[in-house]
Every structure is written in structure tokens, then in C-alpha cells.
Design a binder for this molecule. Sequence first.
Ligand SMILES: *Cc1c(COP(=O)(O)O)cnc(C)c1O
Length: 384
Amino acid sequence: MTEKKVYLDHAASTPTAPEVLEEMEPYFTEKYGNASALHSFGREAKEALEKSREAILKKAGGKNHKLIFTSGGTESNNFALKGLAFKKKKGHIITTKIEHDCILNSAKWLESRGFDVTYLPVDEKGFIDPEDLEKSIRDDTFLVSIIHGNNEIGTIQKIKELGKICSENEIPLHTDACQSFTKVPINMKKDNIDLMTINSHKIHGPKGVGALIIKEGINIEPLMHGGGHEYKLRSGTQNVAGAVGFAKATEIMNKKDIKNMRNLRNKLIKGQLEIDDTILNGPEGKDRLPNNSNISFKFVEGESLLLHLDSKGIAASTGSACSSKSLEPSHVLTAIGLPAEIAHGSIRLSLSKYNTKEEIDYTVEAMKEAVENLRKISPMKGGK
Ligand SMILES: *Cc1c(COP(=O)(O)O)cnc(C)c1O
């Protein structure tokens, strides 16, 4: 093992920023009151909680909407789908083939309970065709849920256009914006979004906190019953320190950092594409998350490549963090039409503002060496 460590798996989770940690600290040590308590400790906690709620709502373009703090993206996505479904006995949901597992598995579970679900296909870059959405709408469609920035291939959907179709048909649009929030402009009001899932640990906030933002007038059934916290929609003592950290995290992303990150990412993609027999998965330019690279290396097994990189101290991913233990090719890569053998040779690298040019150069060199070595011994290479 080398000493050098290069973390390029920020789509799975990010380090908590020092300024976030600093902001949170007093809520563990001094201001530890229960936000529902009436004494000064409680009021202090409540005030911090509400300030954080306001700050995040403002960032999301959801002023006057309800922001429900949750334990993260998974809970918020479950809440959006099941919370709206539980208001009905049956009906139809439209989602896509490239959602995060927590949307797909919630949708599948709802299907097992008698709901109908349409999974929209995507083109070879991962985009939904608005016409497909329009054609899938039924009289009993009560929810459309579309991921904003894809966690595997970085595709950013034309959410405003898709939202317009939903609002014209008076169907709420939910979007999973865990990967895009603060990195890419998104505004619930301007972009016709009715419900939005966001989380903290993808943007240098703490793990275990997220939110579902709900437009006024949308009725949703709680999944957690208890003391009636969070507008009676999500009971449980609030994670005040988490909320404070989440709010701080939404403030620290700035345009300059994003631009630098995008430039480094472009360099990383360019370097990897210098290797023969490679394919960039997902779109180029502004339609791609600024920190995402996803490349297929033909005749190479992604897991072997990942382990090679790991031995050089580089943290990569072969797909989404959740599916990386299974042998199935990624559902996202399958949806964009990659054959299984090529999908299996894919590596996602995801940056943050903390990555440096030196790290990117080091990674490209390590990648070139690893791919060359693996191809020398590859039984697949013969099939070229
Ligand atoms: C990480 C992620 C989630 C899950 O969020 P958790 O906070 O880890 O539960 C959901 N959707 C997307 C797009 C993600 O990237």
C-alpha cells in the first residue's frame, strides 16, 4: 500500500467541511436542548432549527413551502412516493429507469401493493424524452418522480420542461436532487417542482440528515407517527446539529469552486479517454454534473480496476454504492443501452472542491497503468 490517498467517490459521500463541523459543535456541547422543550435550551435549539429550515428553503427556491427534515435522501424519497400513495387506495406513478435504488425499490414495493408504475426509458445519454412523459400520463396518475442529476452518469434532466408537462396536467412532480443541489442551479418555483429530495452528506454536510420539501397544498401521509414534529409529518426529536450542519453546507458551495471542480473533472475525463477502447457514459458539457466522470474500459473488469486503483490509494466506484456488491450490471448503464460486458468495465470517479490538479494527474497515470496491466492478462481482449 502506498501512503498517498486520493478520494474520488464524492457521489457516494463527502467529507464534512471544517466550517460545517464548527457550526455544528455547540449543538452537541452547549445548545443540546430538545427543540420541542419550552425552556431556554429548547427555544435556543428551536431557533437554530427554524433558521436552518429557512436557509435551505431559500437555497431551494421553495420559500413558503414545507421543509421536512428527515434522516437523508433514502427516507425523503420513500416519504415522497409512499406518502402520496397512502393518500390513495390505487393509482399510477410515473418514474424512470435511472432512479436511485431507494426510488426504484419504493416503486416496486408500491406495485406489490396494487399501484401501477411506469418506468420511463432514457436515450443513450440518459435523457428522458418529454413526449414519453406526456404519453404515459393517465387519468389516475397522481405522481411523477424524476431524478434531477443522475448519481452514476451525471445526466442533468431538463427538469423545467418536464415539470411544465406535469403542472399542465395537474400532477405533482417530485425530483431527487441529492446529487445536483447546490452544484447545479435548481429552483422549485421556477422549475415547476412540487416536491424535492435533498441530503446533506453529498455536499460536505453530516451524514444522516436530509429533507423533503413539499409545495403548499400538497397532501402527504406521514410515515412516522409520534409526537407530531415537523408539521405532524415526521415525528421524532429533531436532529438540530444535523440541520444546522446541512444549512451551513448549502452555503459554502460557490461558483468559483464549482468552476475549478468542473475544469479538473474535464481534465480527468480527457486523460482517461486517451486510453484506447474507452467510452464516456453520459452527456458532455453543461448537461452533466460538474463533478462526475463515468467511463467504460473495454476488455477490463471494473472490480479489478477498482482494486488496482485502491492499491494506489485511489477511491473509485464501479456503479452506485448500493449495487456495487451485486454482480448485476448497473441498471443505469443498462438503461442507456450498454451491453453487460461493457457496463461491467465501467468506473465512476466523482470529485469535490477539495481535489487538486496533482491528484487528477496521479489518477490518470494510475488508470493508464492499471488498464494496460489488466488488458495484458484479459481473456476478453481476444474477442476484440
Ligand atoms: C445518495 C443518494 C440518495 C440516498 O441518500 P442517503 O442520504 O444516502 O440516504 C438518493 N438519491 C441520490 C441521487 C443519491 O445520490
